[in-house]
Design a protein around this ligand. Structure first.
Ligand code: ARG
Length: 379
């Protein structure tokens, strides 16, 4: 059996324990995806008028890959093992018995797809047709971990059907006709595109803090998905959270823990679940208001917000990677005693995010801990 080659490959309970092994995404072949019910990209100033799709310009892709490769090098120099996904042809049409989708998307943000909790990596359901097959890019790695680590739980959440019944009819059409006030009302009602027909979640709608997992209902995660996660992790406390934010998706620019007892809250995305702030305060966490970005505007063809400035990658409770130009965040973390590693990464943002989005944990040292021993009733 060659027992000597069997070892722990997969383990990670939170966002900050010492990182030993990580997946870094790739920008190769990323597409402005063909329109589908859940998502429609429109950048007329770059030739992508409504309904148009195609690959991101080659020079953008190359610059993004340079920064991704540079991150991989920085991590490796620190003794962290880095794996990369295997891109497939994202320009191809894909189908299931229920639908045909003219293109896929890419494999830059592994965080969206892979949820590592303890010795398990769970492939999220995903909720875009263009991302339904994205897990294939990670299978060569997961299969390898499965062979090497006898305790690795290789898991996939039920693949959703993503038929018309999965999405609220005419959501986008109606959205365009809503007043600003009506849009904010939707945020308060937590009313987004997915119906409750089947469980849906993206892995990046989960923030891991040991025994407590914070999960956001969003444009890609529904209540059934949150319920599925609670049943799947019966020993964890799942906290459903939501924020004053329009069309929310992915939480890693909203609450951003840095180490036990220290977290960034996004100052414009006020938690609408009042108990959330209380839970952190009760357990003596220091809440830092995230500073604003140094950028004046978003990079071209970027669907992420300007809050990628706090989309950090923590290497251990004293060391953190932050986008190199984000002096306000760097200074703030420096004051809190961190060694900050500046990593240029904004060329990657059009491909789906920042340093946290662009990575997925495989191994962090450490065990399952309770960082919120004082709970808030009903939350
Ligand atoms: N909604 C977030 C923002 O735009 C998403 C950031 C990207 N995150 C990700 N895991 N891909 O601020």
């Amino acid at each position: 059996m060659g027992n000597e080659t069997k070892k722990t490959v997969v383990n990670s309970w939170n966002e900050w324990d010492p990182l030993k092994h990580v997946i870094v995404g790739r920008a190769d072949g990323t597409m402005i995806q063909a329109p589908e019910l859940a998502v429609q990209r429109e950048w007329p100033e770059h030739g992508f008028t409504s309904g148009k799709y195609g690959p991101y310009p080659k020079e953008m892709e190359e610059k993004a890959n340079e920064q991704l490769d540079n991150l991989a090098r920085i991590l490796e120099q620190r003794g962290i093992r880095v794996d990369r996904p295997t891109p497939i042809d994202f320009s191809q049409a894909v189908q299931t018995p229920d639908w045909v989708q003219e293109t896929m998307f890419g494999c830059m943000p592994p965080r969206d797809l892979l949820l590592t909790v303890g010795n398990e990596i769970l492939e999220a359901t995903m909720s875009y047709r263009s991302r339904w097959y994205e897990y294939l890019c990670y299978r060569p790695l997961l299969e390898q971990y499965f062979k090497q680590d006898p305790n690795f739980r290789f898991e996939a959440a039920p693949k959703p059907r993503l038929t018309e019944g999965t999405y609220k009819r005419d959501f986008w059409k109606n959205w365009k006709s809503l007043s600003e006030e009506e849009k904010w009302k939707k945020a308060e009602e937590n009313d987004w595109i997915p119906t409750e027909k089947e469980p849906l979640f993206d892995a990046a709608d989960v923030v891991r803090c040991g025994k407590d997992l914070f999960v956001q209902k969003s444009m890609v995660t529904n209540d059934a998905g949150i319920d599925w996660l609670q049943r799947h992790y019966p020993d964890h406390r799942i906290h459903k959270v939501w924020y004053k934010e329009l069309t929310p998706w992915h939480m890693d620019t909203t609450i951003v823990p840095l180490r036990p007892g220290l977290v960034f809250f996004n100052p414009v995305r006020t938690p609408l679940e009042k108990a959330q702030r209380e839970l952190f305060e009760k357990n003596d966490w220091e809440i830092m208001e995230a500073p604003e970005t140094v950028l004046e505007k978003k990079r071209p063809m970027t669907f992420c917000s300007l809050w990628l400035n706090i989309n950090r990658l923590v290497l251990d409770p004293k060391t953190v990677c932050v986008e190199a130009s984000e002096t306000p965040v760097i200074e703030m973390l420096d004051k809190h005693g961190f060694e900050v590693i500046p990593v240029p990464f904004y060329e990657v943002s059009p491909f789906g995010g920042g340093l946290h989005c662009g990575t997925a944990d495989v191994l962090r040292e450490g065990t399952l801990e309770d960082y919120f021993p004082k709970q808030v009733e009903g939350f």
